[in-house]
Design a protein around this ligand. Structure first.
Ligand code: SF4
Length: 130
């Protein structure tokens, strides 16, 4: 990964990413259609500690079990869904320092290698490379 002053570029992707756009975009990657926010056992433990909630409570209140893995619940509002940990009033992630790897690596996901047209519409921080 090559990080210059503002833009992040990763080999194999046809875009670069300005992560300062996150401050203004209103959490587009944390809301929208219902989806999966996969979280590992280690991340679950770390997040429960960060929130100071018991593990049992964390599992029952914040997670769903799907296809053998855990995903953070989402909440429906209007016609959309948002991650349970996305604060819509403040436009910020409530677990940002310990957010799952899936969130940390966005938008450099394998699914956006080569074909990232959908991403250009969704994420204002993404700029298509010439
Ligand atoms: S954990 Fe945080 S960064 Fe990840 S989807 Fe939820 S609100 Fe967004």
């Amino acid at each position: 990964m090559n990080n210059n002053k503002k833009y992040i570029y990763k080999e194999g992707f046809n875009f670069n990413f300005d992560n300062s756009a996150c401050e203004h975009c209103g959490g587009k990657c944390c809301s929208g259609e219902s989806g999966y926010i996969w979280i590992t056992q280690a991340e679950i433990k770390k997040t429960a500690e960060y929130l100071d909630v018991k593990l049992n409570t964390f599992f029952t209140e914040y997670l769903r079990f799907k296809n053998g893995s855990y995903t953070i619940k989402d909440i429906k509002y209007g016609g959309y869904y948002s991650c349970l940990f996305f604060d819509r009033e403040e436009n910020k992630c409530l677990i940002y320092p310990v957010r799952p790897l899936q969130c940390r690596t966005y938008p450099f996901w394998e699914m956006y290698m080569g074909d990232s047209e959908e991403l250009f519409d969704d994420c204002p921080g993404v700029k298509k490379l010439p």
